[in-house]
Design a protein around this ligand. Sequence first.
Ligand SMILES: *Cc1c(COP(=O)(O)O)cnc(C)c1O
Length: 361
Amino acid sequence: MSRAHNFSAGPATLPEPVLRQAQQEMLEWHGAGASIVELSHRGPEFLQVAAQAEADLRTLLSIPSDYAVLFLSGGATMLQALLPLNFAAPGQAADYVLSGHWGKTAIKQARPCVAANIAASSEAGGFRDLPARDAWQLSDGAAYVHITANETIHGVEFREVPDVGGVPLFADFSSSIASEPLDISRFGVVYGGAQKNLGPVGISFAIVRRDLLGRQGQPRAEILDYRAHAAKESMLNTPPTWNWYLLGLTVKWMLDEGGVAEFARRNARKAAALYAAIDGSDGYYRNEVSPAVRSRMNVPFFLHDAALDKAFLEEARAAGLIGLKGHRALGGMRASIYNAMPEAGVQALVDFMGDFRTRHG
Ligand SMILES: *Cc1c(COP(=O)(O)O)cnc(C)c1O
């Protein structure tokens, strides 16, 4: 079978040139006599791969020099658990703005170690909008304010960085990092798993303003300590070398394609085409998110009759379009259209949706 257009939310489609290069280098990496995945993480070959990946990510995201970049295993959920341990004093409060499923997991992971205050929530409205900034109830002396930049399941995205005054803003960017230019200096921590927009699952990133590493945090094992990871350049123990390598190839590909400004343009066109197809279908398809905060990365949508879902998915697969089944929390469909999804893939989906409607309308 040839490669389909893969709309999976994560792990997600990777750029074909990245997979081809990895395939080519799989058995033997650049004269090293072994695959990169077989070599010591402290050897010159992998150190070069690791350093290049970080340098390229810094270039891609314009990361200021007073920010540390950590590559860690454990996924975004693990990072959610580590935030209060590293950045909140025992008993201190932290504010969470809840705009979907992943904001909930962030609170769940943090709760044992911090007085997590839900400063605002759009749950009552089914997470179809963002809580208005002027209704946020931030607590005095909070360690940080946490947001989910893009809610991967509910398809709701912050379209501007909220102003939270002098309190560090922590943001889960798992599913929208590198999708458009971002002013990192507005944040204390930008973190996420790589498997949506930055590469393979098995590695996550934390971009941390260095002064925050001076916070005492809470008693914790060294392996859970960001300071220790930063001091050892994410090699406190054996890092996920293969994943780091693939992330590096993916970041390099994004730079070669024109960087985040170019992806912002492509992503805007892709999202506009897909939402237009949904909104222009006379209710045959529907997306329920408030238009101003619709995600450019994850587009959940429903057919007017859920009894057609099975046929839609089967016929989509036959047309070379996979990964469209919605998250079980919402049902329906979801098209994830990350950087690695070409515009032709979105066009193929739009065409298929029109055909399907004609045949089953
Ligand atoms: C996927 C995702 C997570 C969870 O990531 P894991 O790596 O599975 O822990 C957290 N937040 C967001 C926004 C996500 O999209």
